[in-house]
Design a protein around this ligand. Sequence first.
Ligand code: TRP
Length: 336
Amino acid sequence: MNIQAKKKVFSGVQPTGSLHLGNYIGALSVWVKEQDNFDGIYCVVDLHALTIPEAIEPKVFHEKNWETVAMYLACGIDPNKSTIFIQSQVREHTELAWILTCMTPMGWLERMTQFKSKSGKQETVGTGLFTYPVLQAADILLYDTEVVPVGEDQKQHIEITRDIAQRFNQMFGEVFVLPEAMIPKAGARIMGLDDPESKMSKSSAVKNAKHAIGVVDEPKKIIKAIKAAKTDSASEVSFEGEMSPGVKNLLTIHHVMTGWDEAQQRAHFEGKGYGFFKSEIADAVVERLSPIREEYTRLLDDRAHLQAIARMGAEKAGAQAEAKVKAVKDALKINF
Ligand code: TRP
């Protein structure tokens, strides 16, 4: 494939908490798998994390950013093929976000389900949590992004990005490319182990150690969490009829970790007890995640390397971002 044919891709993860299996399956593993087909920019979105300021302890937060860079690399993103940087290193993100905020009807933001669910849990809600999708739109639109590989929960944010871009283009001329979401079919939604009716989430993981599987968790912890996972009251695994959400979720995780299809899973697990079932799932997860954990641990000790990667990424992204903001300002005639 030649350079021109590569899709322009942008995605990001907040440097809050550690990445869990849901993040890995929904996002990072896809970025890595498609690395040769993508002209990818992968950002650590620290400015988005500020939308819940109560959760920010500056020193810890600072470290989380480097941990996330290390995680990107450990998961297999190659800085020679893709661009990695920290959002606040490229100031155009905030600059474009303001301009787009002015172009975004409040009603659009009021419809965002993530705002509704996140704001419901806060005592006081910062304005940034409300305008969060506009900053995300700026991230994406700065780089003429065509494809945004994300988990299913981000679909609405990509749709509003398209709407914002379209509105700007109609009002002031064709400046922005309309992006599309790319959502993996299998495992787009990994559910909580303790509560398979709701999505695996970083915030629930903080409250309950057995909610999620962290990408860099020790094998012992992974095994414990899977052993404790909620299934149902049956005594053996059955593929007949409606499967309980807990069993279904474990099979999804197993599928993504091993690539086994349903027929293979059925041949292996049908009629087996949950003890065997869970230990097989845990083995598959540990086997897949161990090399990532080892590389992550090694990288965390090499801060200079992480800084060099992020600086290189920020320079590359910054040049593109600067050109795009110039085009926006030219269109608005705020080019003084
Ligand atoms: N909102 C995304 C999430 O919570 C993170 C994000 C911010 C993002 N900017 C982005 C994802 C741009 C894709 C593209 O997961």
